[in-house]
Design a protein around this ligand. Structure first.
Ligand code: ADP
Length: 150
């Protein structure tokens, strides 16, 4: 069973996340979309709301599970029996950041990171830009799945 964890804050989930997760269904038998809980971080959406948004976005896909975790992503992967971490790449900034995280994770546990390059139509979408648009009263509905605004 090829199981991957797709970790993130998902504050909120965007069409960028959806693009990576849906395309990775060809590669894995099961994908755990895992919300990392960091007590020191301030979020726009509560953990409960983010979990509900994710569950609603993937309610028709049996291969996708939504979970939350604290602590190291590699420890969570081990506890879930997942051998892969899935991440998305938008640009070289993402690559540089992801490279050091992937190398650190590989040095901690025997877990392989797998990267998908995002589709061009979502390369400008990030949760932080969505939050900025929301804060300033702009129309963010083209950037997120319906579960974020319904
Ligand atoms: P983090 O807090 O770890 O940055 P995010 O929720 O922002 O978590 O992102 C989780 C994953 O989704 C990361 O691999 C990130 O690169 C990827 N991602 C975010 N937005 C996009 C996008 N527009 N296209 C492709 N991947 C994306």
């Amino acid at each position: 069973m090829k199981r991957a964890v797709f970790p993130g804050s998902f504050d909120p989930i965007t069409l960028g996340h959806l693009d990576i997760i849906n395309r990775s269904l060809l590669l894995f038998d099961e994908i755990i979309v895992a919300i990392g809980v960091n007590a020191d971080k301030k979020y726009m959406f509560s953990l409960e709301d983010r979990k509900k948004q994710l569950e609603a976005a993937f309610k028709n896909e049996v291969k996708i599970k939504v979970k939350t975790y604290k602590g190291l992503t590699v420890d969570f992967c081990e506890s879930e029996n997942a051998a892969f971490i899935l991440r998305g790449l938008r640009n070289t900034t993402d690559f540089t950041y992801e490279q050091s995280i992937a190398q650190t994770n590989a040095s901690l546990k025997n877990i392989e990171s797998v990267f998908l390059v995002c589709s061009p139509e979502v390369s400008n979408i990030s949760s932080s830009i969505v939050r900025d648009v929301i804060r300033n009263g702009g129309d963010y509905r083209k950037m997120v799945p319906k579960s974020v605004f319904l």
